[in-house]
Design a protein around this ligand. Structure first.
Ligand code: TMP
Length: 208
């Protein structure tokens, strides 16, 4: 039996995913469990180049469907070259965003057809879903306030989006969690960090 576990982190901008990702990795290290931290879009050299394309605010408009296809192109590279090999070696993979981000951002946020997203998901990872998804949930104004305070440079294509867009993304995530309560843990990301970390620790314990 493979000892690998696939844990994904989701949430809107400013939810604190990077902090929690590092906390999860430190927890694995303390437990002597082999693990790795990775992210989407990205995680391989080519997928990081796709990340640049989807984040940069260039002159050429990126349509919602093109954006969706690029997310899945990056995901295919990431699964083949990083995620699957790590899981096969028995490692735990902590992934900062995965297909739920496409469902929430491109589906709920941009209005891309949910059926198209599920068709692409079925083509790219027919046999793989996260063992656990930690959804860091918080009110949009709080998340955007945190994200904007942290960013030194100009906002990327997503950070430049409207509050209404992020409200749709947040609602989309909460609906995904409502439909799949076995896989999702919804964490109150507005709570003190220690309380969030305690919930994360409990979720990881339950998987170990
Ligand atoms: P990050 O803020 O977690 O680094 O992610 C970069 C952006 O990419 C973030 O604004 C959400 C967006 N994104 C999507 O829109 N769809 C996806 O499938 C993924 C993985 C990310």
């Amino acid at each position: 039996m493979s000892g690998g576990r696939f844990v994904t982190l989701e949430g809107i901008e400013g939810a604190g995913k990077s902090t929690i990702a590092k906390f999860a990795l430190a927890w694995l290290t303390r437990r002597g469990i082999p693990g790795r931290l990775t992210r989407e879009p990205g995680g391989t050299p080519l997928a990081e180049r796709v990340r640049q394309i989807v984040l940069e605010r260039g002159a050429e408009t990126l349509s919602p469907v093109a954006e969706t296809l690029l997310m899945f192109a990056a995901r295919e590279l990431h699964l083949k070259n990083v995620i699957r090999p790590a899981l096969e070696r028995g490692e735990w993979v902590i992934c900062d965003r995965f297909t739920d981000a496409t469902r929430a951002y491109q589906g709920s946020g941009r209005g891309v057809d949910a059926q198209l997203i599920e068709t692409l998901a079925a083509a790219v990872h027919p046999d793989l879903a996260p063992d656990c998804t930690l959804l860091l949930d918080l009110p949009v104004p709080l998340g955007l306030g945190r994200a904007r305070a942290r960013e030194a440079g100009a906002a990327d294509r997503f950070e430049a989006e409207t509050v209404a867009f992020f409200e749709r993304v947040r609602a989309g995530y909460l609906e995904l969690a409502r439909r799949d309560p076995q896989r999702f843990q919804v964490l109150d990301a507005a709570a003190p960090l220690a309380a969030v970390e305690e919930r994360v620790e409990r979720a990881l314990e339950a998987l170990a």
